[in-house]
Design a protein around this ligand. Structure first.
Ligand SMILES: C[S@@+](CC[C@H](N)C(=O)[O-])C[C@H]1O[C@@H](n2cnc3c(N)ncnc32)[C@H](O)[C@@H]1O
Length: 376
């Protein structure tokens, strides 16, 4: 039988006491919501948050309203649902393991992807990880599956190895963001919910009617779909991964688009081949290029220059760039690559750190107007 602290107060004084507590401890959670308030004769017993500094509480309220803090057995609320992962795991993990629980995780549709490497060196990591995964499902009512990150994002298709931990074993899901829906298979295609704000930002740029846009590394259409949802434009969306293109085709149908997306499964380097039909169609014709392949975008500036309108094209370029001064380094590198191809940065519309990618590097975005040098 576990005794927990309660604040004992006469019924007639209870309202006054609660008002006082709220005034003194504005946003702090004072009461233990897992337990009910107990009513006994002329007294009420309010269960207190176990993490509360009881001495401090007593000191603050002293002599204002008579009350006592006592330890008694609590009356558990039926159907109580923990409000956080930490609370759900409170009595299921020892304190030293509780301290390591993840403060955040990625939610994609009804799937959670979580990093739990911090538990690799403990005894029985499998059991602990499964407990955490089950707790994640318990506290998130829309989550059906939990997978653990097993690697960094690697390879041409930019995929991550995942390990199933709990719930339904199904890496396919439907993710909603910015009024768009995306069919995704996390084992076969890249998708990052963390770029959600970036996609929205790009879609809110001054995109004109009938623009010809190229999404060089489209994936399942994360950028293309939100742009075509909001603008009457034509987007050529390329990806080398056949699964990404299949899902992109489905996503085009799922979203009621204003614009048109033409999905093409292809290595974009082939656009440099003048015999290619699409290359011919796009050559120096494109108004806007999105390139979200941060680790290799600079290797594809030749493709950008090949398709961009010579009089000016808006480029949304993502790069990983070394800290410190990562933004300046990324701009310098982009400029160098453009010069090699006899193009130049006319003006930078926006350049910033999107997120810290690793201790040594940032993910950068540069929105810029690029122009063919000397109008050659
Ligand atoms: C980082 S993901 C970005 C996907 C999408 N833009 C998004 O934000 O979700 C990069 C994508 O580029 C594709 N890719 C990599 N190299 C490529 C190439 N040479 N030609 C076409 N697609 C490529 C990968 O298959 C992957 O889907």
């Amino acid at each position: 039988m576990i005794k927990i602290p309660h604040i004992k107060v006469k019924k007639v004084n209870a309202q006054g006491l609660i008002k006082l507590i709220k005034k003194h401890f504005k946003n702090k959670s004072i009461f233990n919501k897992k337990y009910e308030v107990i009513e006994k004769e002329e007294n009420l017993y309010f269960p207190l948050n176990p993490h509360l500094n009881i001495k401090k509480l007593a000191l603050k309220l002293k002599e204002q309203i008579p009350f006592k803090i006592i330890f008694i057995e609590g009356k558990k609320r039926l159907n109580y649902k923990a409000q956080s992962l930490e609370e759900e795991l409170e009595n299921k993990l020892p304190d030293e393991l509780l301290e390591l629980i993840p403060q955040s995780y990625d939610i994609i549709g009804d799937i959670v992807i979580v990093e739990l490497d911090q538990y690799n060196s403990i005894n029985y990591p499998k059991i602990v990880k499964k407990k955490i995964a089950n707790a994640i499902i318990k506290v998130n009512k829309n989550i059906k599956s939990v997978y653990e990150k097993q690697s960094k994002i690697t390879g041409t298709y930019r995929l991550r190895k995942l390990k199933y931990l709990a719930g339904i074993k199904k890496p396919q899901t439907i993710h909603k963001e910015n009024h768009c829906v995306f069919k995704i298979d996390l084992e076969k295609v890249f998708f990052s919910p963390r770029l959600n704000h970036e996609r929205k930002r790009i879609s809110l740029r001054n995109i004109k009617k009938n623009e010809l846009i190229v999404d060089l590394f489209a994936g399942v259409g994360a950028f293309s779909i939100i742009i075509a949802k909001n603008h009457d434009v034509n987007i050529y969306a390329f990806d080398i991964n056949p699964f990404a293109i299949k899902l992109l085709e489905k996503n085009i149908k799922l979203n009621n688009l204003k614009g048109k997306i033409i999905p093409i499964k292809m290595n974009v380097k082939n656009l440099l081949n003048s015999k290619d039909k699409v290359s011919d169609l796009l050559k120096n014709n494109v108004d806007r290029v999105v390139m979200n392949l941060p680790e290799k975008s600079l290797d594809h500036i030749d493709v950008v220059c090949h398709i961009s309108k010579k009089t000016g094209c808006i480029l949304h370029n993502y790069q990983f760039s070394e800290k410190p001064n990562s933004v300046k380094k990324a701009i310098d590198k982009l400029q160098t690559e453009l010069h090699k191809n006899r193009w130049r940065l006319d003006s930078i519309k926006h350049a910033k750190v999107v997120k810290s990618y690793s201790p040594k590097s940032d993910m950068i975005v540069i929105d810029a107007l690029i122009i063919k040098s000397n109008n050659e």
